[in-house]
Design a binder for this molecule. Structure first.
Ligand SMILES: O=c1ccn([C@@H]2O[C@H](COP(=O)(O)O)[C@@H](O)[C@H]2O)c(=O)[nH]1
Length: 281
């Protein structure tokens, strides 16, 4: 039986530091790397990032949308990233932000969280905005197969606040409600549970102002927004406070800009990993 994701991620973060590099093959980056904006270009881009990071980072996070742009060839390239992660032991978080009614979520669970599925990495990002309960099929599939989830909670984009900071009749914010549901699923897990949250490095004091107790989640906190969106060491320390040991910081464009040379990418990833490790110590 595979060890739970939370346990595997904690071990990977201890070994390599709390950084996840995003694999985001944007058209502009493909051009800058001298690659074609098609399935072959995306494949070459993604496999170079894997070569630079394999066995050296806790995790990578392919952005599904930027693979899907190229239809079946792009999705085939995403499958190769998943397979490369499996072969090297680098954890793969598929950033697809899936969210739908429960019966359809069962389909996504089958695609992204089932042993033997070519798109099943180690964890999947999901959206709880159709109701946390609608995520149940993905929760069951993840926990039953040693995989993890990252549930959107306080996202890095400024537009997220309108929904996530809203309060219900008893004054509880949406973000706090989501964090509370994740905490229930992670109860008693050591060193941490497998149901994480997405909490942007750019959210300032929003955890405090929305009453969201991040430390109580007892699960990993995926923190995008480092680098290109303006999050840095100071922001990470300020946003996460007592929850900082649970944080897996994520950076895509700021690291990917160092490509296409594999050793330059490797060195950019190492520098970013050392910076976030120092900020979150
Ligand atoms: O709140 C969120 C959730 C996910 N993301 C994703 O992370 C990367 C960020 O890329 P950068 O180039 O480092 O800005 C991207 O794939 C987003 O979809 C996020 O930014 N914020």
């Amino acid at each position: 039986m595979t060890r739970p994701f939370g346990e595997r991620l904690a071990a990977a973060m201890d070994e390599h530091g709390p950084l996840c590099v995003g694999i985001d093959p944007h058209p502009g980056l493909l051009e800058a790397w001298g690659l074609s904006d098609d399935g072959a270009g995306v494949r070459e881009f993604a496999l170079r990032v894997m070569e630079a990071t394999e066995g050296r980072l806790a995790a990578v996070k392919p952005q599904s949308a930027l693979f899907e742009r190229h239809g079946s060839r792009g999705v085939a390239a995403l499958e190769e990233v998943v397979a490369a992660g499996r072969a090297s032991g680098t954890l793969v978080i598929v950033d697809a932000k899936r969210g739908d009614i429960g019966s359809t979520m069962a389909g996504y669970a089958d695609a992204y969280l089932r042993d033997g599925s070519p798109l099943a990495g180690d964890a999947l990002t999901v959206s709880p905005f159709l109701g946390f309960g609608s995520l149940r099929p993905t929760v069951d599939a993840a926990l039953g197969s040693g995989r993890g989830l990252f549930v959107l909670c306080l996202t890095s984009n400024p537009e997220g606040a309108g929904v996530q900071h809203a309060r219900d009749a008893d004054g509880t914010s949406v973000a706090s409600r989501i964090a509370g549901e994740a905490a229930l699923l992670n109860e008693g897990q050591d060193p941490m549970g497998s149901v994480g949250l997405v909490v942007g490095a750019t959210i300032g004091d929003a955890a405090a102002t929305t009453g969201t107790d991040l430390a109580a989640v007892n699960g990993p906190l995926l923190a995008p927004g480092v680098g290109a969106q303006g999050g840095g060491a100071a922001e990470l320390a300020g946003v996460f406070g007592a929850a900082r040991r649970q944080v897996l910081a994520s950076s895509s464009r700021a690291v990917l800009a160092a490509g296409p040379d594999v050793s330059a990418l490797r060195s950019a990833a190492r520098t970013a990993a050392d910076e976030v490790a120092a900020a979150l110590r």
